[in-house]
Design a protein around this ligand. Structure first.
Ligand SMILES: [Ca+2]
Ligand SMILES: [Ca+2]
Ligand SMILES: [Ca+2]
Ligand SMILES: [Ca+2]
Length: 332
């Protein structure tokens, strides 16, 4: 199994800077993973009672600090292992959702608010799983020796988009939310991955190397009519995110040697940079109301989750652990 980006020389760039998070799984590295023997692991059903906590947003008067109580799912190493936690969006009350010795990461909240999908290598290679936010109800949706990664729930809750090399190189697939009927969506030269549904479910944004460099594309949800949005943005992240109104797409890219957040109109116009500075600013997720973007940055030493206004102003740190903390999903 490849290490998850940590200190690998081919992921260094520019001023000897590690380009990738310890937890970031650059989507193309998945295609180079070799499958190890099966690791025996018994999923542990964690019992957590999740407070009902939607819809209570508060804005600090006169200031940029925006507090939300819509919870987030993060991947963190704070418990000594890579696991998924449910956290209030003010950074408090993090509750551990997974406790398997394997890597559990890339959680994506379903629109019903009760279930999340994630990727785990607990059976020896990466598969897609779902779990209730109570910690119960673990279900394994994929089962094969290939990499199955980065699940994203369709807005209507019926399907899950994911990235897999089950047919050779990385491509986007969609399956029913119970794991049935997997269908390949992308067929191109090069690799395709890191897909994300538009809020109305009609389109999918994704990253592809079909034109040589890694660029952002949008296609119809059935895989037709791919349109390239960026040129030489050096996107190598594993995540793109649509604004809730479907007009913009946030992503991170390494245009100047370190990761920064960008937003582009869904038609490819108006590329805007949101973060500056030599630190790694990654994994954007829009708040449900579209006014904020949460992200992950190592600007204070180690990776923490931050939230800022959608125009890039007023970043506020939410997590404070010595381990890497990476934002995965904000409840919709
Ligand atoms: Ca784990
Ligand atoms: Ca697999
Ligand atoms: Ca930066
Ligand atoms: Ca941390």
């Amino acid at each position: 199994m490849a290490e998850v980006g940590e200190g690998k020389s081919d992921y260094r760039h520019g001023r000897n800077m590690t380009r990738y998070s310890r937890f970031e799984m650059p989507w193309r590295t998945l295609s180079r993973m070799r499958i190890q023997g099966m690791a025996s692991a018994v999923p542990v059903a964690l019992v957590f009672i999740v407070n009902s906590c939607g819809g209570r947003d508060a804005t600090s008067p006169g200031g940029p600090v925006l507090v939300s109580h819509t919870p987030m799912l993060i991947t963190s190493g704070r418990g000594g292992n890579v696991d998924i936690y449910l956290m209030e969006a003010d950074g408090t009350d993090a509750r551990r959702m997974t406790s398997d010795p394997g890597i559990d990461q890339a959680a994506d909240w379903s629109t019903d608010g009760f279930t999340f999908a994630f990727m785990s290598n607990r059976d020896g290679d990466f598969e897609i799983y779902t779990m209730l936010v109570t910690g119960r109800g673990l279900r394994q949706l994929t089962s094969n020796a290939a990499v199955d990664a980065f699940p994203r729930w369709s807005p209507d809750g019926s399907r899950i988009l994911f990235t897999s090399n089950r047919e050779g190189v990385l491509n986007l697939f969609v399956m029913d939310a119970d794991g049935g009927n997997p269908v390949r969506l992308t067929r191109s030269v090069g690799e395709n991955g890191a897909g994300a549904w538009s809020p109305d479910g009609s389109r999918i944004a994704f990253i592809s190397t079909r034109d040589g460099s890694e660029e952002l594309y949008v296609m119809q949800a059935d895989g037709t009519n791919p349109v390239r949005l960026t040129n030489n943005t050096l996107i190598e992240g594993s995540k793109v995110a649509w604004s809730p109104d479907g007009t913009r797409i946030a992503f991170h890219a390494y245009r100047d040697g370190d990761a920064d957040l960008y937003v582009i109109d869904a038609d490819g116009r108006s590329l805007t940079r949101l973060t500056e500075g030599p630190t790694q600013d990654r994994f954007p997720t829009w708040s449900p109301d579209g006014r904020r973007i949460a992200f992950t940055s190592d600007r204070d030493g180690d990776e923490e989750v931050y939230v800022m206004n959608a125009d890039g102003t007023g970043p506020v740190r939410l997590t404070r652990s010595a381990a890497p903390d990476v934002l995965d999903s904000w409840r919709r």
